[in-house]
Write a protein that binds this ligand. Structure first.
Ligand code: SF4
Length: 61
């Protein structure tokens, strides 16, 4: 699984960082992905973060 954050959509609410701190981090008031290739153990929290994101900025590939 790969994941990215659409920087134009992200409003920097921080929800995905709270949900999945191993994958997302805050940079310049936007969420960015630490590791584009998601380890299997983190796939569930990435999916949860995607579902929770208020602006649908998290894209799973
Ligand atoms: S949950 Fe969505 S809007 Fe909020 S910081 Fe993460 S990517 Fe950005």
């Amino acid at each position: 699984m790969k994941v990215k954050v659409d920087q134009d959509l992200c409003v920097g609410c921080g929800l995905c960082i709270n949900t999945c701190a191993d994958i997302f981090e805050m940079k310049d008031d936007k969420a960015v992905v630490k590791a584009k290739a998601v380890p299997p153990a983190s796939e569930d929290c990435v999916k949860q973060a995607k579902d929770e994101c208020p602006v649908e900025a998290i894209i799973i590939e």
